[in-house]
Design a protein around this ligand. Structure first.
Ligand code: NAD
Ligand code: IMJ
Length: 257
């Protein structure tokens, strides 16, 4: 039933084999999609090497550098997608960043530059992606981003990232409204805590996971594979009537009072 054969899917945000984006890429590949991915360029080329090795078994058509704060690289990435594929069907936005020192302590301590940087990378980038993807999706497509409950409710230490996720989730709705007439659907997945590079680097993640296991209806956390399956569903014709939504993949945690 879930068939993405012949669809061109670009997945952003793979850093290593724990990345949620890696879980998504694997499920899109399994469903038959052609893949393209990005890596975050750095001086030592560490991500480049790691991402290239990791994705090799999925035979990606494209492996491109992209730092969402670099407008020229963003343009080049979408130019390369257009040159290779002509049209884009699926775009996965699976990245976020805030300076680590502001993912703890008092929210009000965040200075303007750290606030702007976090919202730029974690929220504005989706809008920028949508603008560049729009001409490549003239007959429809699916854009999916990743969020966290900390964008809706106060969660310990999430701080400026919570404000960024709130902006991200509202961007999903405005973009869904704008792109709906050309049959482009835009949705978010709000995932429960998963151990990744981005979550393991923050204090209290293990407590958060333990609390999930006690409180969530399913009495467990969720996996990259489960998030990947939901992303594949949202990108497929099975979800043709769904746009502008944030779907919780969190073992039910969000419903609990
Ligand atoms: P991760 O560290 O594997 O992925 C984060 C990615 O962001 C990395 O690939 C990194 O290269 C990329 N990135 C950071 N700055 C960038 C920039 N300037 N330009 C381009 N890419 C940049 O961690 P993850 O947990 O897989 O995070 C992926 C997404 O999932 C994020 O949006 C995160 O907020 C969200 N999320 C994570 C959890 C969790 O518990 N892990 C829960 C809910 C939502
Ligand atoms: C992040 C911070 C505080 C609490 C947190 C998280 N909880 C969870 C996360 C409870 C689950 C992970 N998450 C949902 C994120 O969106 C993480 C974003 C992030 C993580 C880092 C760590 C390393 C760094 N900058 C980061 N920027 C964003 O330097």
């Amino acid at each position: 039933m879930l068939d993405l054969t012949g669809k061109n899917a670009f997945v952003t945000g793979i850093a290593n084999n724990r990345s949620i984006a890696w879980g998504i890429a694997q499920q899109l590949h399994k469903a038959g999609a052609n893949l393209g991915v990005n890596y975050l360029p750095d001086e030592k080329g560490r991500y480049e090497k790691k991402v290239k090795q990791l994705v090799e078994p999925l035979n990606p058509d494209l492996i491109l550098p992209c730092d969402v704060q670099d407008d020229a690289l963003m343009e080049e990435m979408f130019k390369a997608i257009a040159d290779k594929w002509g049209k884009l069907d699926i775009l996965i936005h699976c990245l976020a960043f805030a300076d680590k020192e502001y993912l703890m302590g008092d929210y009000s301590s965040v200075p303007r530059d750290a606030f702007n940087k976090s919202l730029d990378i974690s929220a504005y980038s989706l809008t920028h992606f949508a603008r560049l993807a729009k001409p490549l999706m003239p007959e429809g497509g699916s854009i999916v981003t990743l969020s966290y409950i900390g964008g809706v409710k106060v969660m310990p230490n999430y701080n400026v990232m919570g404000v960024a996720k709130s902006a991200l989730e509202m961007s999903v709705r405005y973009l869904a409204s704008e792109l709906g007439p050309q049959n482009v659907r835009v949705n978010g997945i709000s995932a429960g805590p998963i151990r990744t590079l981005a979550s393991s680097a923050v204090g209290g993640i293990l407590d958060m996971i333990r609390q999930m296991e006690e409180v969530a209806p399913l009495r467990r956390t969720v996996t990259q594979e489960e998030v990947g399956n939901t992303a594949a569903f949202l990108c497929s014709d099975l979800a043709s009537g769904i746009t502008g939504q944030i779907i919780y993949v969190d073992a039910g945690y969000e419903i609990m009072g």
